[in-house]
Design a binder for this molecule. Structure first.
Ligand code: ATP
Ligand code: MG
Length: 424
């Protein structure tokens, strides 16, 4: 019987992985420019960590986690998101005693038992970042500029930044109460989940994807209307920072995060062009000034974001450079020529030149077909005569031009020929 992959979990095959590399290397370059350093935390954490950080009444913890008991009877969970583990590591390493501000990023798989569809999987990958130690609105703006920079680097036009502020411990309870009152008035138009959530986690109703709920809450009061003075000043600071960074945005009062610990800034980057389907949010994040303390750490503020690599990859165009074609393919006739080619491959590859040959004894025609299929730029044809005279017949596959290259004193002349762009 054939064994299949787990539903909602995908293999990334070579043709697709080059795009992922483009995204990841653009992100790594940008993180370096913004002073963010990589952190890797385990994929498995104590279940308790997510219950306390993501929150018991969120969709993620209520119905999406992969939770199991290990052989010692301990409840463990495959991480559904990155922030919880990062915060745990921040606390556990006593990082606040090492540096006043920590700017960290991560890349890795997340697990949520959701209904699989385009852009929504049970294993998916995120690139995310967290900054701990400052509540300066500039650090929020800087993070948004960082995301915008990554998006620009991988060329994704039409992604819009939607920004909101959720207030703080002072003004949020006020907003919650106002919102609950509003929701009571429209309760009969809300889905079952939202009816329940209006009592436990009313902000989440604004985040519901159900069209009926979106309509029913269209005129709900917004947080912006009730922000306290401190929050208003912070939010203005974020917007000023965005202006300084040249990042445009739209205000969107519906952007809430489910977690109680989110404060001040919340945001999403949403794709408005292209075939993205319903899953058009590529990146989400916000400030969570209460989270580190809530998980038993010092009272250190934080702000972070995460984007889904699958959704980002689906927005970017193919690039010829993704094809990874060999620069040179050795087609050989006879044992001596094969050995000659092996030595040349070893030398060229040492200097990162993509060099290939075929495997097993094949006809010259079959080898040239293989070179064509791989998209080789040049083919070096080597037979007994060439080995004897220390030369290769170098063929430019695009122009058909063939030249003899002398390799009696090493491969420098060949290498120069290969990398001479005039010949490409
Ligand atoms: P959504 O509203 O689409 O369910 P979310 O609010 O649950 O997203 P976050 O927890 O903020 O998402 O995660 C950040 C990003 O991770 C999302 O913007 C998205 O790009 C990606 N993401 C989240 N869940 C999935 C999933 N199941 N499959 C693929 N990508 C996902
Ligand atoms: Mg979700």
């Amino acid at each position: 019987m054939k064994i299949e992959s787990v539903r909602g979990m995908n293999d990334l095959l070579p043709e697709a992985s080059a795009k992922w590399h483009r995204v990841e290397s653009a992100a790594r370059r940008t993180f370096a420019a913004f002073g963010y350093r990589e952190v890797r935390t385990p994929i498995i954490e104590s279940t308790e960590l997510f219950v306390r950080s993501v929150g018991e009444t969120t969709d993620i913890v209520e119905k999406e986690t992969y939770t199991f008991t290990d052989r010692n009877g301990k409840s463990l969970t495959l991480r559904p998101e990155g922030t919880a583990g990062i915060v745990r590591a921040y606390i556990e390493s006593n990082r606040h005693t090492v540096e006043p501000v920590s700017k960290w990023f991560y890349v890795g798989p997340m697990y949520r038992h959701e209904r699989p569809q385009k852009g929504r999987y049970r294993e998916f990958f995120q690139i995310g970042a967290e900054a701990f130690g400052s509540d300066d609105p500039w650090i929020d703006a800087e993070q948004l500029a960082l995301v915008a920079e990554i998006l620009a680097a991988v060329k994704t036009p039409g992604v819009e930044l939607r920004l909101n502020s959720l207030g703080c411990a002072t003004c949020r309870p006020l907003y919650r109460a106002t919102l609950t009152r509003f929701l009571d008035g429209v309760a009969d138009r809300l889905c079952g989940d939202c009816q329940r959530r209006s009592a436990t986690n009313p902000l989440r109703t604004l985040d519901c994807k159900n069209p009926g709920c979106i309509e029913a809450t269209a005129s709900a009061p917004t947080t912006i209307e009730v922000l306290c003075d401190a929050c208003r000043i912070h939010f203005a600071g974020v917007q000023a920072g965005l202006a300084d960074s040249g990042v445009s945005f739209v205000l969107e009062p519906r952007i809430v995060r489910g977690l109680d610990y989110y404060t001040h800034t919340t945001f999403e980057f949403v794709a408005t062009l292209g075939d993205v389907g319903a899953q058009n949010t590529v990146c989400g994040g916000g400030r969570y000034d209460g989270l580190v303390a809530a998980l038993g750490g010092p009272a250190v503020p934080g702000v972070g974001f995460a984007f889904g690599i699958e959704r980002l990859v689906s927005l970017i165009a193919d690039d010829d450079a993704d094809k990874q074609t060999p620069l040179i393919f050795f087609a050989t006739m006879g044992d001596a020529a094969a050995r000659f080619a092996h030595r040349a491959l070893a030398t060229l590859r040492r200097t990162s030149i993509a060099a290939e040959c075929d495997y097993g004894t094949k006809s010259l025609k079959a080898q040239l077909r293989r070179a064509g299929a791989l998209g080789a730029i040049f083919v070096a044809i080597v037979g007994d005569t060439e080995v004897g005279r220390n030369v290769v017949q170098l063929k430019n596959m695009a122009s058909g031009e063939q030249t003899e290259v002398d390799v009696s004193s090493g491969l420098d002349a060949l290498r120069a020929r290969l990398t001479d762009t005039a010949h490409l």
